[in-house]
Each structure stands twice: as C-alpha cells, then as structure tokens.
Ligand binder design. Sequence first.
Ligand code: PMP
Length: 396
Amino acid sequence: MSMQLSVKSRLSSTVASLKPSGIRRFFDLAASMEGVISLGVGEPDFVTPWRMREASISSLERGHTAYTSNAGLLELRVEIQKYLEERFSVSYHPESEILVTVGASEAIDIALRAILDPGDEVLVVEPCYVSYEPVIRLAGGVPVFLKTSMENQFKLTPQELEAGITPKTKAIIFCYPNNPTGGTMTAEEWKTLLPIIEKHDLLVISDEIYAELTYGRMHDSIAALPGMKERTILISGFSKAFAMTGWRLGYVCAMPDLLAGMLKIHQYTMLCAPTMAQMAALEALRHGRADMERMIESYRQRRNFVVDGFRQIGLSCHEPDGAFYAFPSIASTGMSSAEFAEKLLMEEKVAVVPGDVFGESGHGHIRCSYATSMEQLKKALDRMERFMGKWSEATR
Ligand code: PMP
C-alpha cells in the first residue's frame, strides 16, 4: 500500500480551509475566452512613468544590487516622511516609525502578525479587499465583518462599529478610499468613530493605498486626527498612485514599539524590499508628482464617463470619490451578482467582478475597474447596454 500522504493532509488546517480568491476563478474563465473586455483587474493601465524606470536602470548600471538596510533605504524613508507630512499632515519618524515593505501586501501581513494572539478578533469593514480575511486567519486571528450599504455610501456608522466589538476585539482594518466601492471618509466622518475606537482601546490598521486617487477633495488620513497616530498602523505604497504594481513596493508607519515588532518579522522573512524598486520609489517621491497627477486626471475623466454610463443604462451607482472602481447595483435585474457577472461574460464578453466576492454587503453589486482605456470602456458600456436591453425584454 502506498505510504504517500495526500497533498491536502500535509497542509495546515488553516491553509487547507482558506477559499481560493473569487476574483481569480472568474478571471481564469475570462482568460480562456477571446475578445473579452476586462473591467476586472485592480491595477493601473499605465506603464510606470519613464523617470522611475530610468532611475532604477541607472541604479543598476551603477551597481546598486545589494541588500539595503532591513527597514529600507534611509533616504527613501526620509522622502516618505516628508511626503506624508506634506500631503496628509501625518508625521512619522524615518528611523523608528517607517518600514519599507514588499508592497502594501507585506505591510498588511506583518501588521496583523505583529499584533495578533490566537483568537484575537479583527473588525473588517465590508465590502472589502479580498486579502484581509485570509491574512487575518493566517495570523491566527478571527475576522469579524461590519456591513455597510450603498444607501450610506458604504461608510461605517458609530452604531455599526460598536455592535461588532467584543472583549476579544484587538483591531479594526479600514480601507479608504475603498476597494471595491470607491467610497471615502472625511475627517468629520472619522470623528464620529473616534470615541468608540478610544473607548475600546482598538488599534487601527489603515490601508491608504488609494490615498492619492481621490476626485473632489484630498484624502483625510485617520492617523492625522487628534490622538490617532498612537493607535494607527498606516499602510500605503507605490502600486496604485505611481502605476508601480510589479515593483512590489510599499511601506508601513507606526509607533516605534509596533514598528520594531513588524521589523522583526520583516527582517527574518524578507530581509529588505527590492533595492532597484526602492531606487524607483525614491524618484517617484522626489520628481513623480506631475506624472501622478496626469494619471489621476485621466482616471477622473473615465470615472465620470462610466458612472454616467451605468446610470443611463439603468444601473444605479453611487458616485465613487476615490480609487478606480465603480460599484453599481444590479439588484433591479433580480439576478445575483455571480449570475449577472457570469451571463455578462458569456453573452457579451465583458468581465466584471461579482460584488459578493468582497463580502456579504457586496451582494447585488458588481465591481468595475475603470483603469482601462476610454475606447475599451465605451465598448464595454455598449455591450452592457445591449445586455440590459436583452434582460428587460426577457422579463417583460
Ligand atoms: N490594499 C488594497 C485595498 C488593494 O486594492 C491592493 C491591491 N489590489 C493592495 C492593498 C496591495 O497592494 P500592493 O501592490 O502594494 O501589495
């Protein structure tokens, strides 16, 4: 008899019980078809601006190929400190409160691993980015979901926050501007939540990866509010604002004791973020603002176009103030999100992400990324109009 164990039985029970990403499953299907227009992928459609690529190439030519310090190049941490202070009025010390990571993804992971003991609960405002739940579980924590709705522009109310808190609650993860809804929070709205966060002594993990992508007013960081820096782990990165997803570069800022804990994990598991990517990021912060603004202006035009377009074809859609996603309701069609997305893909070859992939409050919605060319967006909307027309004929 074979003594071979099955692959599943060798996996830890935590890993074995994780669900594969709902987004992946859908896109594997789309990738197997010809002529699909994808509004699915959550990444900029721009190539990284040349000045960042050139800075990285030139650093390689000069032979900068070794590890940097574990926390990242000090010059880069100094630029991050200046940038956060100038843009969002939050000030972290470059030597003891900033750590350069392998994308915001690593920052989320080490933040959770540094603070969680087994069974600690972490509040997650949903709909939310798909990684939070599995990463909390991998860190031994228990995710507790707080639901929001389109009627409330996907903002969390103090009552909803308070209702999720138990004696085991250790932290809450926020992501504003939000993936998948495009929702944002103003300083005034943050202030309604602060007394509860303070009363229950919660840590805040604030994923601000879309902070630069706002349309209308500047992003308000929760860390900038009185008393909040002390309890906030601020996470951001270069992927979205500077179109640098493939470079894998992000950062995390926190009080020295928390940062030292994260640095321990980072130095044993990563050593440091890629050196050539750090060189590009340095250039992005020093001279990349005009390039970034050009890209943001282009997202703004596309956002206006798709939101108007959805409304015209009968899908109600709240105005997304940030990121590059629209999250229209498809409830009026009577279809589930998955059914709508699957039919739209099969019949009209437009790929969107079913909203419930992002949590239960995403039921009845689809996520559409407008980080794709205007030409493709126009075609996608034409196809969706035809789809909605066919659907209303069929149900008449
Ligand atoms: N947080 C959110 C909300 C995201 O949407 C993403 C990327 N899709 C990330 C973090 C990860 O970003 P990075 O490329 O910096 O790891």
